[in-house]
Design a protein around this ligand. Structure first.
Ligand code: PLP
Length: 383
């Protein structure tokens, strides 16, 4: 029997989309990562029966909370949904009528404070709930005093994009939490990809954050999985406002469109468990081996350099640890990327100024062979 991890052309022909070899890394538009056999097995196992979704989410949330050392946790359909549902929970608490009324925030505290230099792509998830974003400070930065001045009688939550913590000109998360708690306001941290080293997944909650959001796409779980963890009363409010019990309960809740399949819940939990227990040195060594194999295809090409490097989540290159190959030469990285993307299967890579980045951390095992063959040929053609 063919392994679930082997690509077949049939499904792509049937659906009319072309297969892609992912040389970019973990990107939502490329479908996230390829799920491992154990994660897929968990999804297949739960597919075999029905389950009471509220029970599945409550009990699996308890397991996640025990692993992450938080009071409570809950699977969500991604980190974006976790931000929206966490915000909704901070606005409504256990007020069922408010779960139903959102995004109408009449009668609720509905301001969410964010530092101006923390303005980023995903803060719009806060506004889905009807909350209003209030920016503290300006483009030059935010001081402690400006942050405190932005809090008022309508402040429902402070938000911190975890990856932007300690950006110059911003108030560090510890101080944000201290100010917020002085005003009895909860703090939500988007830690979507801040999952490594794994012990660091606890850093925001240890600093006192009330809610922390992670995306499963970054721990090799389902592209549409994620989780929110933190304070018990706020996770209870997330459970109240999310999609569960819309049909069987008393309220037509705001969170209904953020629906989960049991397979995604099982896959997210299995992927998290695997992430927390895997040998990460072996994972990095696997990336380095793929990068070496691809680099070998360029050896001896005049004027071409191919260096192992680290392609960061915010799309910069650092020396280590290795998860990509950075290729430079007398060719246009855009032209080479386009030529690779025109192959069948498409080979997607990242042209970054004068460098072509080929990331291997979301590449299927074995695909590095095809990349090596095509890359050598295409670079030769364009150099
Ligand atoms: C990807 C990402 C999200 C959204 O996560 P999803 O699970 O895809 O909804 C949120 N914040 C950051 C920083 C991300 O990189």
């Amino acid at each position: 029997m063919r392994s679930a991890m082997e690509p077949t052309d049939d499904i792509f022909d049937q659906l009319g989309a072309r297969r892609v070899i992912n040389g970019c890394g973990v990107y939502t538009d490329l479908g996230g990562t390829i799920l491992s056999e154990p994660v897929w097995a968990a999804m297949t196992a739960i597919n075999a029966s029905a389950v009471h979704m509220p029970e599945l989410l409550d009990r699996s949330g308890e397991r996640i909370a025990s692993w992450l050392g938080t009071e409570a946790a809950r699977v969500t359909p991604g980190a974006s949904a976790a931000i929206a549902l966490g915000t909704a929970a901070c606005l409504t608490g256990m007020d069922g009528e408010a779960w139903e009324r959102l995004p109408d925030t009449t009668g609720l505290k509905a301001e969410v404070v964010l530092q101006q230099r923390h303005h980023y792509k995903y803060d719009r998830m806060v506004r889905l709930t009807g909350a209003r974003l209030v920016f503290a400070g300006d483009e030059a930065g935010t001081t402690l005093e400006q942050l405190e001045a932005a809090l008022g009688p309508d402040t429902a939550m402070l938000m911190v994009p975890g990856h932007l913590d300690r950006k110059p000109g911003t108030v560090p998360v510890e101080d944000v939490i201290a100010i917020a708690h002085r005003h009895a306001v909860p703090v939500l941290v988007d830690a979507a990809y801040l999952n490594y080293p794994v012990a660091r997944m606890r850093r925001f909650q240890e600093a006192g954050a009330d809610l922390v959001c992670f995306s499963a796409k970054y721990f090799y779980g389902p592209n549409s999985g994620g989780l929110i963890c933190g304070r018990r009363d706020l996770i209870a409010a997330v459970a109240g406002v999310d999609f569960t019990r819309y049909e069987s309960g008393n309220y037509l809740t705001f969170g209904r469109p953020f629906k989960l399949d049991r397979q995604i819940v099982a896959g997210t939990v299995a992927a998290l468990q695997a992430w927390l227990t895997m040998d990460h040195e072996e994972r990095w060594a696997g990336y380095a081996a793929k990068v070496d194999l691809i680099a070998a295809s360029l050896r001896g090409l005049p004027g071409v350099t191919a260096e192992p490097a680290f392609f960061t989540m915010d799309e910069r290159l650092e020396p280590a640890p290795v998860n990509c190959l950075a290729v430079r030469g007398a060719f246009s990285p855009d032209a080479v990327a386009d030529a690779l993307a025109a192959q069948d299967p498409r080979i997607m890579t990242v042209p970054l100024g004068d460098v072509l980045v080929i990331a291997v951390d979301a590449m299927r095992d074995g695909d590095e062979q095809a990349v090596a063959e095509q890359l050598g040929a295409v670079v030769r053609r364009y150099t």
